[in-house]
Each structure stands twice: as C-alpha cells, then as structure tokens.
Design a protein around this ligand. Structure first.
Ligand code: AMP
Length: 346
C-alpha cells in the first residue's frame, strides 16, 4: 500500500459487508443467559449475514486448564447451539483451536496491547478475585485473543451479552491501533443485539448474572431436567409483596419479571404486573407460572441436544466443515495482515 493510501486510511482491500462473529466457551452447559444474550441473535442473523460462530476452547484454558473433559464439553456446546436453532449449513460453526491462524494474529495483536489497559479490564479483575492462584498471562490477554477471533474474519457485528461490552471497546482500540500503524485492514467491530440494548440475564437469586461456571443454583441450564428447573425457579428470592399501590420494584422482583418477559406470554406478564401494582400479587403463583413456562421453553431444546449428542459422527462433521470454512476466511485475512505488516520477505 502506498503512503498516501495509508494516510487517507483507505482499506487495503474493500471491507467485507456485514460479517458476523461470536463465540461461546465450553466451560459448562449452555444457560438461559447464553441463549438470550447471544445464541438467539446468532439464529436471527444466520439467514442474512456471513456468520462465523465458534466454540472458544482456547479461551476456556485461561480458567479451566484441565483438558480431560474438554472433548465432551466442546461437543455438548456444539449440540446445544444447534438445538437452539444455529444452522451449520448457513453459518460457519467451528472450534477455535481448529483455526491455527488465530494464534498468529493473537501474537501480532499482543504487541499492540498494553499491560496497563489489560489490567484494568473488569472481567480480568473479577477472575483475579475468583482465582488468585491462577493469574496467568492468557487471562490478562483474554481480550486480545477475543479480538483476534473477531477480526480474523474482518467481522463488524458481534452478537454478545452486556458483559462483553468492555471487551468490544478494547477490540476497537486494538483495531484502530493496527490500522493506524500498518494500514487499514480491519473494520471496527461492534457489539450487536437485534433488540438494540445488550442483554444481561440476571441470576435467580437476584444478584449477579446467570453463568456457566459460577452461581449454579441461580442459573437455568438447558441440561437441567424439568424438576430441577421448577426447584430453582421456586427458590428465587421474593418477599411478602408491596403494601402501597404502584410501589417501586425491588431488584430481585424486577429480575423475576425480566425472566418472565423472556418466556411467558404478554397476557401473563400483564396480569402479574397489574397484581403487583394493586398489591394482590402472589409470588408463589407467579413463580409456578414462570417455572412451567420455562419448562415449556427449555425441555424441547434439552431433548434435541440429547438426540444430537447421540450422533457423534454428525458433530464431528459439523466441526470439520466449520473448520474448513473458517480456515478459508482466516487464510485470506492473514495474507492481508502479513502484507500490511511487511512480513512478506520473498
Ligand atoms: P460465555 O458463557 O462467557 O462464554 O459467554 C457466551 C456468550 O453468552 C457471550 O456473548 C456472553 O455475553 C453471553 N452471556 C453469558 N452470560 C450471560 C447472561 N447472564 N446474560 C446475557 N448474556 C450472557
């Protein structure tokens, strides 16, 4: 690229249109937060966008170094995503470690990421608090690896939950730095949700969020059986109800309404909202209703997951096909990257 082109910030090669990329770590079973924060958007986007979705097995090594369970967990996450509606014929659906170019791009980006900014990342600080015995460099550079995953396909749309907002901001910073230093190779990636606002699905205990590896009793997993779903919902924190009409809602009650808004009908939500406002609400009934609506929503996905898990050949084929499609895209991008960086000596 000429110096003039570089100065005008013109892309080295035209940006691809509306490429989508996102990933989920195989650190446990998929839960309601993964579905409403991420997977639902994958399914909505796969028809109209060029999509790359990935099982982030390398990311999981930052907190789960024991790989003995990884194979099964990767397959489970693949099955769960497909059961939720992801179609591997429409999207490239692959396993992160199968696309080796990720490691190369991660290395280059590490030279553009500064220790100070990485240490300030909220997710890093949380992980340090949770696992002070395992503060490894991979954990520190987690947002760098995530950036490599995204821009490896020159993606601009990243369907993620609210917890990823800061990582996406960092990804944009790394992209701006790369483009400025070596020439404009990458579009700036943005977190994306069809409903506009990014979502955080709260835990049932009224604190924190649903999570794969923490907060197990407050999280509804697609692998939970119907009785466990009911038990967890019935244990959600409530109180004796409002005593004044139209009282403000405590957080933990708002959370129950938020969960209801994900799976219950408008009529049901309206009824409980009006019961709340006129102080006649019975939280026991509300939770029973929520539990049944959850079971109705979650049980078919669990069933479909189990069917898919019984078909190992199909899951392996999905991984191989996905690796090929994602690999083709990655190799094209890395040509541009090496050329832009001048790492093409002959
Ligand atoms: P992870 O489980 O951390 O690998 O996250 C996979 C995807 O699910 C990411 O896009 C997260 O933002 C999203 N996600 C995880 N937990 C939640 C939650 N409680 N609410 C909304 N989105 C979530």
């Amino acid at each position: 690229m000429s110096e003039n082109q570089k100065e005008a910030n013109l892309p080295i090669a035209p940006f691809p249109k509306n490429v989508v990329m996102s990933g989920i770590r195989p650190t446990g079973m998929i839960h309601l937060g993964n579905y409403f924060g991420a997977i639902r958007n994958y399914v909505r986007m796969q028809d109209n966008f060029e999509c790359y979705f990935m099982v982030a097995d390398l990311h999981s090594l930052t907190t789960h170094p024991d790989t003995s369970l990884l194979k099964n967990q990767v397959k489970r996450v693949i099955a769960e995503n497909i059961a939720c509606g992801l179609d591997p014929e429409k999207a490239s659906f692959y396993c992160q470690s199968h696309v080796r170019e990720t490691g190369e791009l991660y290395l280059y980006l590490n030279m553009l990421a500064y220790k100070g900014e990485l240490e300030k990342t909220v997710t890093f600080k949380d992980k340090v608090r949770q696992h002070p015995e395992n503060v490894n460099a991979g954990l520190l550079t987690y947002p760098v690896l995530q950036t490599a995953d995204i821009i490896l396909h020159r993606a601009s749309h990243v369907p993620v939950g609210k917890d990823q907002e800061q990582h996406l901001e960092m990804a944009r910073n790394f992209v701006v730095r790369f483009n400025h230093r070596y020439g404009t190779v990458f579009p700036e990636p943005h977190a994306f949700n069809f409903d506009q606002e990014l979502i955080k699905v709260p835990g049932l205990d009224g604190t924190g969020k649903m999570s794969k590896s923490e907060n197990a009793y407050s999280t509804l997993y697609f692998g939970d059986d119907n009785d466990l779903i009911r038990k967890k919902v019935m244990k959600a924190k409530t109180d004796s109800g409002p005593t004044e009409p139209n009282s403000p809602m405590p957080d933990y009650i708002e959370n129950i309404f938020q969960l209801m808004s994900l799976v219950s009908s408008d009529d049901v939500i309206k009824k409980y909202k009006s019961d709340y406002d006129n102080c006649s609400i019975r939280y026991g009934d509300m939770k029973k209703q929520l539990a049944e609506d959850m079971v109705q929503f979650m049980a078919p996905i669990r069933q479909k997951t189990n069917d898919l898990l019984a078909n190992d050949e199909y899951l392996v084929k999905v991984m191989k096909d996905g690796a090929e499609k994602a690999g083709n895209s990655a190799r094209k991008t890395m040509e541009l990257v090496r050329n832009a960086m001048g790492l093409n000596y002959f």
